[in-house]
Design a protein around this ligand. Structure first.
Ligand code: KG4
Ligand code: ZN
Length: 338
């Protein structure tokens, strides 16, 4: 087992949804981050849990092998095996956790269980430019939307979250209404770059730091129904402007609450994380808002925004330093308390 004085090498596995990923980090530096995206779900318009588990089974051995090879290390020299314990699709989590436990047992290495959402936040600690503590993180993914106050790598508090859909769901469900394939978020981003935000949708009126996106989805649905009644080719003709308007509405909801959180906490170190933080409009809006309010803003590199094992490795590294190991009988969980 590695000690605090020797370099800590961690192999991490992520399998919570539809990405099979493995990464190796040494002393907090990512040496490799291999991500196998499962294309099988596209034809179904969303992630099919059973198919995700099967694809993880097919991908996990080659993905781990590639991660170890790319890091130019071998399994024996790894000091700990980390895996995503929760939250996520239970069948998908079981594949990664079963594989990680088997490796830990066979190699006689300690095991580290990682919370997927905490790992998204800590993706901001990858690389040279890192936020100072305490920082705020807007975590926006396909399953979650949270504002997290992070006081140390091991101490985080959720201070706001969505009451219904996640921001990624808002993107994907809006894309579906527009007729775009799954996952629609990146496509809305792409088309929005060619259009203008000229259409307005209902804005949620939610108290405090919580979010709501279900009203926006309904507002978009009614808007499209009405517009298509008048002009059946409306979506085709106005695709770029519709995408720009939808994207702008989602960004506005997110940035407004982030401004409120920064004001209430007095924190000016502001990060984003999660799949939706790959959105070019959100990244621009964060930068512009940061300049206006004198925040220091941070965004993970694209490969660490969407699901990846690099962020699991970095979260595990801090747990390793604190000797937070998990037992072989710890079971994964679809929903996990923070
Ligand atoms: O964090 P993530 O990879 O997986 C979850 O843990 O959910 O996030 C996936 C979500 C999807 O909803 C996807 O549409 C969205 O992130 N997403 C984007 C972009 N890239 C990924 N949404 C908007 N613009 C993007 N460029
Ligand atoms: Zn995620």
């Amino acid at each position: 087992m590695g000690t605090l004085t020797s370099p800590a090498t961690i192999l991490a596995i992520e399998s919570s949804c539809d990405e099979t990923s493995a990464a190796v980090c040494r002393n907090g530096d990512i040496l490799s981050n291999i991500i196998a995206t499962q294309a099988v779900h596209q034809q179904y318009g969303g992630v099919v849990p059973e198919l995700a588990s099967r694809a993880h089974m097919q991908n996990i051995v080659p993905v781990v092998q590639q991660a170890v090879q790319a890091a130019q290390c071998d399994l024996q020299s790894v000091d700990a095996i980390a895996y995503t314990q929760a939250p996520g699709l239970i069948g998908a989590l079981l594949v990664g956790s079963g594989f990680a436990k088997s490796l830990a047992l066979a190699l006689d290495k300690p095991l580290i269980a990682v919370h997927h959402m905490q790992a998204h936040v800590l993706a901001n600690l990858i690389g040279d430019r890192r936020p100072a503590f305490p920082f705020l993180c807007l975590t926006v993914s396909g399953g979650h939307t949270q504002i997290v106050r992070c006081d140390s790598p091991l101490q985080m508090t959720v201070i706001g979250e969505t009451l219904d859909d996640a921001a990624g769901e808002a993107f994907d469900k809006s894309a579906k209404l527009i007729g775009l394939p799954y996952p629609g978020g990146p496509l809305i981003d792409k088309y929005a770059q060619q259009g203008q935000s000229v259409y307005k949708f209902a804005e949620p009126q939610i108290q405090g730091l919580d979010f709501s996106f279900s009203g926006l989805k309904t507002s978009i649905l009614y808007f499209l129904q009405k517009a298509q009644k008048d002009n059946p080719d409306f979506v085709q003709q106005e695709l770029a402007n519709i995408c720009a308007s939808v994207q702008q509405s989602i960004i506005q909801i997110l940035i407004k609450k982030l401004m409120k959180a920064a004001k209430e906490t007095g924190i000016k170190e502001i990060c984003v994380a999660g799949g939706v933080s790959a959105n070019s409009g959100l990244r621009k809006a964060l930068q512009a808002t940061g300049e206006r309010f004198h925040w220091n803003t941070y965004m993970p590199a694209f490969e660490y925004c969407t699901d990846n094992a690099g962020m699991i490795a970095i979260a595990a590294y801090y747990k390793f330093l604190d000797r937070q190991f998990s037992s072989l009988d710890a079971s994964p969980s679809a929903r996990a308390s923070w």
